[in-house]
Design a protein around this ligand. Structure first.
Ligand code: C2E
Ligand code: MG
Ligand code: MG
Length: 544
């Protein structure tokens, strides 16, 4: 190793002023970096709120540049109603406590801000204030409102995190009856401004300022800790709406807090129950009034818990069966493959339970269990030399989950000798939100040797969008269209166009719920390749 030059050695033992300054500057920059990682604006103030130093995005957040702040009082920048609250925060910090970050509205600010205050023990009277815009900043629609799915995801994450600390969260629902209609009347620009303001009002009451959502047309939700002054929320929203609807005749606002996480809300079941509650609230099909909801929230929760437990037991104990229904070539009438359909031992139709499994997230476990069962049965049939191709339903919800896909691929690989005998149908594709992710999932299934069919294919515009985005081998035309096709000339045109498009794309078509010969013939003439329905065979318990 080379010896250091003499002058370097002397520099090390006796740092020059310049070096010391460099070290200090590096240190300062590090702390600045750390501070800005957590905040958008840094302020030093005295106990009276008079700013001594400010750095950061003051213009956007407070409406005046940071170099204009020194000498001003933070209390003067705040909306008057909130001054007492900020004073309390200052007093707490000045007495050496570290108060919870709190949301405040500033007079010239564009959005509410999360304010944190701290003090260093050896520097009393100097308060360090950080301000940050709540995350998520603005959502894609320019508001801070999450959509129902995003809300459910974020709420779940927040609940999991708080559960570890033994804290509780609550869900409040605000119904602005008629808001959707008012939006339609006001046009896009005004209504998005309104929505954005409602978003601000709700977000600031929510956990971290980021847990408010528009759950359905007229229904909004907030996830919060402790109590929220719903009457205050109602009044603020009402004031915003009255600017566009002075008589307040169009929108009626009601609000309720659902104690979804009361008794029995602990553990993973609590997460599932919260998910279920959000689903009930965001389902527009649900004809429940808010009053019913809050009154029945405990009952709803208990019901959900019972059903969750029941379904988990059914899955764990494999207490279900599978029926098989043929799909035939419409021209030759030869069986092409069979669809495996879930059957519960208690005779209850699969649809209700599957929908429940989808809303509670248990669907991926259920789907895996069915796949397992069907692969095992197909393997037995193959050993007897009598296996045909079988199609297994997977929920669009399931294939969105990486953990599910991983488990599914393991299962497929362990039954590698069934290569060519297994295909999948993606149901509830209308629920798929991330088409790219779904397309990737479908591609991996095909790469594993399993053709993929898009189930419940409609004739609407979205159908074409799915067809374009998802690389499938088959589409199954929804029975609702098939059953009406003889009576509905317009549907015939759409079906014919779709069948032609599919053929051109190399995608085979299947018509489901074919109940009579004339429909079968008609579909064949339209260019539909395969058919499924009571005409060709009902779902039967034994593997054909
Ligand atoms: P699907 O996948 O569209 O299945 C076709 C449904 O139509 C089946 O109802 C079948 O029994 C019924 N069907 C077949 N031919 C006819 C007919 O000619 N006329 C009438 N009226 N109905 C016919 P099922 O078995 O009650 O299943 C309902 C839905 O439940 C399925 O619709 C599918 O979305 C879902 N499902 C069934 N098994 C599974 C499964 O293992 N996993 C998942 N994720 N979903 C499943
Ligand atoms: Mg199906
Ligand atoms: Mg279908």
């Amino acid at each position: 190793m080379a010896h250091p030059a003499p002058e370097q050695a002397s520099e090390q033992s006796m740092p020059t002023f310049r070096q010391e300054a460099n070290v200090l500057r590096a240190e300062r920059d590090r702390f600045l970096g750390l501070a800005f990682a957590a905040a958008d604006l840094l302020i030093e103030a005295d106990a009276e709120g008079i700013v001594g130093f400010a750095s950061g995005a003051a213009s956007t957040l407070l409406g005046s540049p940071s170099n204009a702040l020194p000498g001003a009082s933070l209390f003067d920048l705040l909306v008057p109603e909130q001054v007492p609250a900020l004073r309390r925060l200052f007093q707490a910090a000045a007495s050496g406590l570290r108060p919870q970050p709190t949301v405040f509205h500033f007079l010239e600010g564009t959005r509410p801000l999360i304010v944190s205050i701290g003090m260093l023990p050896d520097q009393p009277g100097r308060l360090f204030v950080t301000l940050r815009a709540p995350s998520p900043a603005r959502d894609g629609d320019g508001t801070r409102l999450l959509d129902a799915r995003g809300f459910a995801r974020a709420a779940e994450a927040a609940l999991r995190q708080r559960r570890v600390e033994g804290r509780h969260v609550r869900l409040s629902v605000i119904e602005a009856g008629g808001f959707g209609a008012l939006e339609g009347k006001l046009g896009r620009a005004v209504s998005s401004e309104l929505t954005s303001e409602i978003g601000d009002i709700l977000s600031e009451r929510s956990i971290d300022g980021g847990l408010a959502g528009r759950l359905a047309g007229d229904r909004f939700g907030i996830l919060h800790e402790g109590a929220v002054d719903l009457e205050g929320v109602r009044r603020e929203i009402d004031a915003v709406l009255r600017r566009s609807d002075p008589e307040g005749a169009m929108v009626s606002i009601s609000a309720a807090t659902l104690d979804v996480l009361g008794e029995g809300g602990e553990g993973e079941a609590g997460v599932i129950a919260l998910r279920y509650a959000i689903n009930v609230v965001s389902s527009t099909r649900q004809a429940l009034s808010l009053a019913d909801l809050s009154e029945r929230s405990q009952g709803l929760l208990r019901d959900a818990m019972d059903r969750i437990l029941e379904l988990k037991t059914i899955i764990a104990a494999s207490r279900f069966d599978v029926a098989f229904q043929p799909i035939v070539d419409l021209e030759t009438r030869h069986v092409h493959h069979h669809e495996a359909l879930l059957r519960f031992s208690d005779g209850i139709g699969p649809y209700e339970r599957i929908a429940f499994a989808e809303t509670t997230g248990l669907i991926s476990d259920l789907d895996l269990a069915v796949v397992h069962r069907v692969l095992a049965r197909t393997a037995q049939a193959k050993l007897r030399g009598r296996a045909g191709m079988v199609s297994i339903n997977l929920s669009g919800r399931s294939i969105e989950q990486p953990r599910f896909l991983e488990a599914l691929h393991k299962l497929i690989a362990s039954y590698g000798f069934l290569q060519g005998l297994v295909m999948f149908e993606i149901t509830e594709s209308s629920q798929i939100t991330d088409l790219d992710a779904a397309a990737r999932a479908i591609a991996t299934l095909r790469a594993a040797g399993c053709p993929v069919c898009l189930d419940d294919f409609g004739a609407g515009a979205s159908a074409f969008q799915y067809l374009r985005a998802l690389p499938v081998d088959y589409v199954k035309i929804d029975g609702a269209y098939v059953r009406e096709v003889l009576k509905a000339p317009r549907d015939q045109l759409f079906l014919a166009a779709m069948a032609r498009l599919c053929t051109d794309l190399g995608v085979a078509t299947i018509g489901e719920m074919v109940e009579d010969e004339s429909t079968a013939r008609f579909l064949g003439d339209l260019g539909v390749r395969y058919g499924q329905g009571f005409l060709f065979g009902r779902p039967a318990p034994s593997m054909p």
